[in-house]
Design a protein around this ligand. Sequence first.
Ligand code: G3H
Ligand code: 13P
Ligand code: NA
Ligand code: ZN
Length: 328
Amino acid sequence: ALISMRQMLDHAAEHGYGVPAFNVNNLEQMRAIMMAADQTDSPVIVQASAGARKYAGAPFLRHLILAAIEEFPHIPVVMHQDHGTSPDVCQRSIQLGFSSVMMDGSLRADGKTPSDWDYNVAVTRRTVEMAHACGVSVEGELGCLGSLETGQAGEEDGVGAEGTLSHDQLLTDPDEAAEFVKLTGVDALAIACGTSHGAYKFTRPPTGDILAIDRIKAIHERIPDTHLVMHGSSSVPQEWLAIINEYGGEIPETYGVPVEQIQEGIKHGVRKVNIDTDLRLASTGAIRRFLAHNKAEFDPRKYLNETIKAMADICVARYEAFGTAGNA
Ligand code: G3H
Ligand code: 13P
Ligand code: NA
Ligand code: ZN
């Protein structure tokens, strides 16, 4: 059944678990996520970005998600719009039937330029008024995602700030978070705590607290009723990088967010954990490996089925690690 994000994350908060929010662009991703949720009895958040709408088209995405709900009626599903760049974009998603939207007012409508406080509050508040009137939940964002090491936003062609960010922008301030929630009424807040979008998060193997766990804790103490969201939460599995490179890929050394760090975040109020890159890597690795071993094969269903299995394995692992399993 389709439910709102508020409903799903309230249950997660009450029982102390987190929910991975997987990006979806095509049938294979959708099927992998639902198979894994079915197998582990997990609730599902699927999210569509602007890039996904451009790739698949909004009606196809909508019906892909509705098809998942029809085939798996026993699994609660949140249909979330990822990184909305304006209240208008959010309104169109609400009209399409999404049960949750993100108004990312941390960036201007170009999706690149860091915005200011008044802009962020204004666009987010306007979105909340509209969404809540329709029973739709809203995620806002305060702070800018980027590496605490380099100040770089990470992703070059996707969502994210351009240029170098200051330390202040890279860590959400707890007092500002409290004020922002009071002024906007968001259900969930994406915070900056050391993660960044894309595959290039850390140049060295991360050890210890590479995220600002104390900051997450401080924010959660100030706004315990607002669900915290961690974007840029792919773990960049080294085994998939190795497979991609073994079969002709050339991905340089890079590291993601260790699952244990996400688990620490979940202990301190993180309820929604955004993952896109990990499924992309698994999918690409599975195709490269299959085609290298099956050189005469040309039926796309053969290699695409490999991607479904590879992605579903990652989904299962995250549902189990985040405590989502058993809560559908
Ligand atoms: O937050 C960004 C997501 O990874 C979506 O990426 O805009 O390439 O679909 P995309
Ligand atoms: P990753 O690039 O770490 O998978 O993050 C995805 C994300 O935050 C989508 O909003
Ligand atoms: Na989002
Ligand atoms: Zn994101």
